[in-house]
Design a protein around this ligand. Sequence first.
Ligand code: FAD
Ligand code: UQ1
Length: 412
Amino acid sequence: HHSCRVLVIGGGAGGCAVAAKLTKVLKKNEVIILDPSEKHFYQPLFTLIGGGIYGLEKSFKFQKDVLPEDAKWIQDKVQQLSPKSNEVITAGGDTIKYDFLLLALGLETNYEKIPGLLEALQTDSGVCSNYSDKYVEKTFKVMKNFDSGNAIFTYPDSPVKCPGAPQKICYLTEDYLRKNGKRDKANIIYNSSLPVIFGVKKYADALWKVVEGRNIEVNLRTNLIEVKPDKKEAIFENLDKPGEKKVYEFSMLHVTPPMSTPAVLRTNKELSNSTGFADVNPDSLQHVNFPNVFAIGDCSSSPNSKTAAAAAAQSVVVFKNLMDEMNGRKVTKKYDGYASCPLVTGYNKCILAEFDYKLQPLETFPIDQDKEMISMYLMKKLFMPPLYWNLMMKGYWNGPAVMRKILHLGFK
Ligand code: FAD
Ligand code: UQ1
C-alpha cells in the first residue's frame, strides 16, 4: 500500500510531461506514476513507420529510462478509481492514496468492435493499421505487395487520436505507388465517418486540392462495419441513411479502429462525462466535481483535437493550476485548445495544421501554413522525435506558444 502527494495515472505523453515538471518542485517519491507498460511509444512516428521510413524500434524507449527519476513508478494498471476517498486500487491489488490525482490514461483502440478485423490483421489479408505497435509494421508490407485494385483507408465513427493520421497514410501510399509505377492500377479511396475532410476550413480547403490533384476518391459519412478477410471485402454503412450498406473489394485496407477511453475511467460516473472522458473544465483542465483531480491528453473531455502537441500545451496549464490548488491559491491558467497535426501528404511534403478550440488557425510560423512544404516534413521526421524525448518528456516543452509570439514580432 502506498500514499503520495500526486498520483499520475498513465505515463504517456501527457502524464510523463506533467510528472517531470512536478518532480522538479516536489520531493523525491512525492509523485507516483501508475502505468503497466514496459515500453513508452512515441506514437506520432507510427505514420512514418507505416510508410516504411523507419522501423518500429525507432518509436519507443523503455519506460524505466523515460519516466522522471525522482518519481516512483508502479508498474501496474488502475482497476478502480474512488475519488471521494482519494484512492485507487490497482489490478495487482494495491491501494494507492493520493492528495492530488492526474488522469492521463489516453485512448484505447477497439479493433474487436469491427467483426472480422482482428482476424484480418493477424493474417495475410492486405489489412493493416498504423494505430497499434502490433500492426504498424504490416502497413508497409501491404504497400509493397500491392499490385492492383482498391486501396481503402478508413476513419471510424468515434473520437480518435490524431484525426489527421487516417489520411496521412493514404497520401503516403498514393505517393509510394506512384513512385513505384503502380499508381495507374490503383483506386485510392478514403472513406471517413466525418462530414468533413478536416475540421479546420483553411486546411480542409488545402486537403481537397490535394485529393483532387492526385485523383483520390473521398467518401464522407462512410463507416467501416465489417471486414471479410477471406473474400477481401470491406463493408461500410452510410451514416446519413441508416441501413444503407456498400461492399468494397480491396487489395489494401488501412483501418483506423474505433477508440474509447479505458473502461476503468469510462464506466466511472463520478469522474467521466456521458461519453466516457474525464469531466474537466476546458479552460483550467480541473475536474468539474473534484478540485484535487485534473486530466490531460487524450482522455480529457476538453474539446480539442487529441494530439501530443495538445498535451504539450496542456502540460503547463495542468502543472500551474495543480500547484496553485495545492498551495491554496486561485486557479488562473487557461488552455486555449491549441492542437497541431503535421499532415504528411507525401514522402517529402507536409501541411502543418495548428489551431485552437474555435477551430481557427493558430500558426507558429509567420508564413501561410496551408501549403505542402518539405520543411514541415523534415520538422516532423527529424526535429519532433528529439523534441519529444529530450524536452517534452523532461518537462521543458509547453508547445510552441512562446516560439509563435517571438516569430510573429513585427508581423502583426
Ligand atoms: P498516451 O501517450 O497514449 O499514454 C497513455 C498511457 O496510459 C500509456 O502509457 C498507457 O500504458 C497508460 N494506461 C492505459 N491504461 C491504463 C491503466 N488502466 N492504468 C494505468 N495506465 C494506463 N500527435 C501529435 O501531436 N502529432 C502527430 O503527428 C501524431 N500522430 C499520431 C499518429 C498515430 C498513428 C497515433 C496513434 C497517434 C498520433 N498522435 C500524434 C497522437 C498522440 O500520440 C497522442 O495524442 C498522445 O500520445 C496522447 O498522450 P496521452 O498521454 O493522453 O496518452
Ligand atoms: C508539438 O509540440 C508536438 O508535441 C511534442 C508534436 O507532436 C509530436 C507535433 O507534431 C507538433 C507539430 C508540435 C508543435 C511544434 C512546433 C515547433 C510547431
